[in-house]
Design a protein around this ligand. Structure first.
Ligand code: NAD
Ligand code: LMR
Length: 326
């Protein structure tokens, strides 16, 4: 079996340090992997150290490691690009502050993907602000189909699963049909309307006050809570969610269930076309499809609209910065 060529940006960062080892140890399945570690020039020595440790782990599935500071080299012929490298938010920053700090990285990487990536490329953006970075990369890679770009909201999905599991006493494996809508930010909406716990409607098992006053804020502000507790943004859980998202994108979601993935909107559920927004999606053989026809109650509508409005503001901001055309 030919190896899956995976480029990981920000390879020497916190998330990279967990993600690379998960990828090399079979996180995406039993296909061999070739890892391309992209870093900025000043951090290449650290990336060399990570590569040494990957080698020292003698992973049976790891067929090659390359280190680069040139995105064209890292993306050359790549099948999967995990765009993690970006400046993380610190306690005094909001996601808006990140747009100007990080937008330029994704302009350059979008262009490099357009020039160099393999014909089957899938691009998953973890670096924040993830949805809008994915938009910037996509617009700067006009020859790559729009559906090959996504942004990570799987961490929010996993956080929501875990909170509902804690509350109901059910294992996460017994919960399905949960959706995170919108932006990977505090405006996101973790929707339990269609979720089931052991086949029963989740909303029959928990009271509304818990959903509104406890569940939704806990999930939406979890990133901030982790930053406050650790003094650094979430890393191992973000790496784990990145692996989950990539594995499901390439391999498929289980029958009867769906996952949450930020993808380019086709106008479904009233989300403006072109925004990279989180939706309920099923995946199969490297393709995703938005789950259509779900009822959206007025409370959910308001929450989805608020998060989508934030995405439109971010899009307008990157337009003004000249990162995407008007
Ligand atoms: P980190 O600072 O530990 O590592 C980032 C790495 O990226 C650094 O090594 C840096 O040198 C590198 N980098 C910067 N610019 C680069 C470029 N142009 N090309 C290649 N590498 C580059 O940060 P981290 O904790 O690993 O987080 C990475 C990103 O992921 C941040 O933006 C963070 O906010 C985001 N994040 C997203 C989620 C999510 O769910 N979507 C969750 C957690 C963190
Ligand atoms: C997270 O959700 O943990 C990250 O996006 C970090 C952050 O800035 O909230």
């Amino acid at each position: 079996m030919s190896p899956l060529r995976i480029a990981v940006t920000g390879a020497a960062g916190q998330i990279g340090y967990s993600l690379l080892f998960r990828l090399a140890s079979g996180g995406l399945g039993d296909r061999p992997v070739e890892l391309r570690l992209l870093e900025v020039p000043s951090t290449l020595p650290k990336a060399e150290g990570v590569a040494m440790e990957l080698l020292d782990s003698a992973f049976p599935l790891l067929s090659g490691i390359e280190i680069a500071d040139d995105p064209r080299r890292a993306f050359d012929g790549a099948d999967l690009a995990l765009l993690v490298g970006a400046r993380p938010r610190t306690a005094d920053m909001n996601r808006g502050d990140l747009l100007s700090a990080n937008g330029a990285i994704f302009t350059e990487q979008g262009r490099a993907l357009n020039e160099a990536a393999g014909a089957d490329i899938r691009v998953l953006v973890t670096g924040n602000p993830a949805n809008t970075n994915a938009l910037v990369a996509r617009v700067n890679a006009p020859d790559i189909p729009a559906e090959r770009f996504s942004a990570l909201t799987r961490l929010d999905h996993n956080r929501a699963l875990a909170q509902l599991a804690l509350k109901t006493g059910a294992p996460v494996t017994e919960i399905d049909r949960l959706t995170v809508w919108g932006n990977h930010s505090a405006t996101q909406y973790a929707d339990l309307t269609h979720a089931r716990v052991r086949g029963q409607d989740a909303l029959d098992l928990v009271d509304r006050a818990w959903v509104v006053d406890d569940f939704l804020p806990t999930v939406a502000h979890r990133g901030t809570a982790v930053i406050q507790a650790r003094g650094a943004s979430s890393a191992a859980s973000a790496a784990s969610a990145t692996v989950d998202a990539a594995r499901d994108w390439l391999g498929g979601t289980p029958a009867g269930d769906w996952t949450s993935m930020a993808v380019v909107s086709d106008g479904s559920y009233g989300v403006a076309e072109g925004l990279v927004s989180s939706f309920p999606v099923t995946t199969s053989n490297g393709r995703w499809r938005i789950v259509e026809g779900l009822d959206i109650d007025p409370f959910s509508r308001e929450r989805i609209d608020a998060s989508v409005a934030e995405l439109a503001v971010e899009r307008d901001a990157v337009r003004q910065l000249g990162l995407i055309p008007s």
